[in-house]
Write a protein that binds this ligand. Structure first.
Ligand SMILES: [Zn+2]
Ligand SMILES: [Zn+2]
Length: 255
């Protein structure tokens, strides 16, 4: 499996961090987790065109995570040759309503003509595919938020939190995972409800005993904290002694 942080930012514009989007490649399949505004182009810059994408997963429907579904569907409208492979879109409760809402606004401009669009809503449980499986647990953020753990038959796994606060769900989902990708929105002294901070991320990583912790989804004030607080990493290491990475756009990890 190969994971690329496509956008390490949030809903607030940043010169260096694009809106949330994460790409996972398993064998020859491309899975995208969340598609914030501009994800389509950001993926393109990472060497992946929208036509390559087979699966899109939504952690929740806040605009910074979901807006580019429209861009995906609109771009495919003018594909030459026309797309024939299906597109699978999975998300929490509310996905159908979200998609229907987009259809009612954009109509035929986003209605697939040449391929099947499969939608799946899931609150918790396991999805099985040819070559990987995905476990889903509710997260503590919006009322529908979910996190994902992607596992292969070889025993490798990646866990992606989407947006969440500290909760048992993410610790359970991430137990002994190889890569734990956590949102890290705010510095510890500016904690906001429904989001994590560096220290909370380290505590989750410690409890879950993951092999590597990748922090992403930085609001500008958390980006500043990472840049300016030279002792932050050392502090986090006293909580969690595995590898900790503050992600940048286009960072790539292989397991
Ligand atoms: Zn977010
Ligand atoms: Zn959110």
């Amino acid at each position: 499996m190969e994971l690329t942080i496509i956008g390490s930012g949030t809903g607030v514009p940043s010169k260096t961090r694009a809106y949330p989007c994460t790409l996972i490649k398993i064998k020859n399949k491309y899975l995208v987790f969340d598609t914030g505004p501009g994800s389509l182009r950001q993926l393109f810059l990472a060497g992946v065109t929208y036509t390559d994408i087979d699966y899109i997963y939504y952690s929740h429907f806040h605009p910074d995570h979901s807006l580019d579904l429209v861009s995906f569907l609109f771009a495919m409208k003018y594909d030459t040759p026309e797309r024939t492979k299906p597109l699978y879109v999975t998300g929490p409760r509310g996905l159908h309503e979200f998609h229907q809402g987009l259809l009612s606004v954009y109509g035929n401009t986003i209605r697939p003509k040449s391929f099947d669009l499969h939608r799946k809503e899931i609150e918790r449980g396991k999805l099985t595919y040819d070559g990987w499986e995905i476990s889903v647990e509710p997260m503590q953020h919006s009322s529908q938020s979910i996190g994902f753990r992607i596992g292969t038959p070889e025993g490798n796994s990646i866990t992606y939190s989407g947006d969440t606060d500290y909760c048992d769900g993410i610790i359970h989902l991430a137990k002994n995972t190889d890569l734990l990708v956590l949102e890290c929105s705010f510095p510890d002294d500016k904690k906001a409800e429904g989001h994590l901070t560096p220290r909370l991320c380290a505590q989750i990583a410690q409890k879950a005993q993951c092999k590597k912790l990748i922090l992403t989804h930085f609001y500008p004030m958390c980006s500043e904290e990472i840049k300016n607080n030279k002792s932050l990493l050392a502090e986090l290491k006293t909580i969690y002694n595995g590898t900790i990475v503050f992600a940048e756009d286009f960072d790539r990890f292989e397991i």
